[in-house]
Ligand binder design. Sequence first.
Ligand SMILES: [Fe+2]
Length: 284
Amino acid sequence: MKVEPLERSFGAKIYDLSLPDLEQEQIRELYDLWLEYALLVFPNQNLTTDQQISFAKNFGALEFELSPISNVRNDGSIRDANDDDIVKSLRGNMEWHHDSTYMPIQAKGAVFTAHKVPSKGGETGWADMRAAYEGLNQSMKEKINDLSAFHSYEWSQKERFGHKDPKVSEFNSYGFDIDPKPLRPLVKVHAETGQKCLTIGRHIYKIPGMSDQEARNLAQELEEFACSNKEWVYHHSWQEGDAVIWDNRCLMHQASMWDLSEGRIMYHSRIEGDPISEAASNYL
Ligand SMILES: [Fe+2]
């Protein structure tokens, strides 16, 4: 396989490899590359859904096998850009986040594949929370080293984007009703690399010891610092057939807006977090 690092603090494109035909040695090599680069991009793989699920399982058990991330209904029609709960979830995904920080166990990673892409826009961005933590000044590191935040999907998605009653909503509100809200350190040590990383993003709800406004300001300040440095951020312009895998423990991600009258169809497989290292501190 050919490994072409992105000109960033993370990420690599991988060529000359067929993901459905991996041998054991290649799987081990890819796993090590994934830990090192945190994001691997595989152009032109054209995986079937079964091939995607099999590939994802090489990196751990799955939190869920496959979910469409799309504004296109099964019958091919385009969903309403404003009033549709599925589209509201897509809009939520346009804010920076780690997956499943609002669940008792944060996700380990994810596989994403592109099946239909709009004529422009709709990129996915990732940001390196290892580099961002390292880049903080000493006084900010000391300020946040012992702080934790409650994460809530009920707040970040349901309340902020105004979903319909779950009984009539088309959106499967997985994660809306988590009680208590998971509490996670702002600075986490990556279980496999030992690197410190920020765990921040849209799902942060409250920070014990701070007013809501102070908590929001701090979360915002950290996010802007982490996601505005061009060295630490990469936005991928999708081509149909692309596949990626990212490490959700040390990267945040976001979708980018596109003309919502055009269809975009992606498939997402979510890799389950380790029940100890990725557990919220109030669920241990
Ligand atoms: Fe996500």
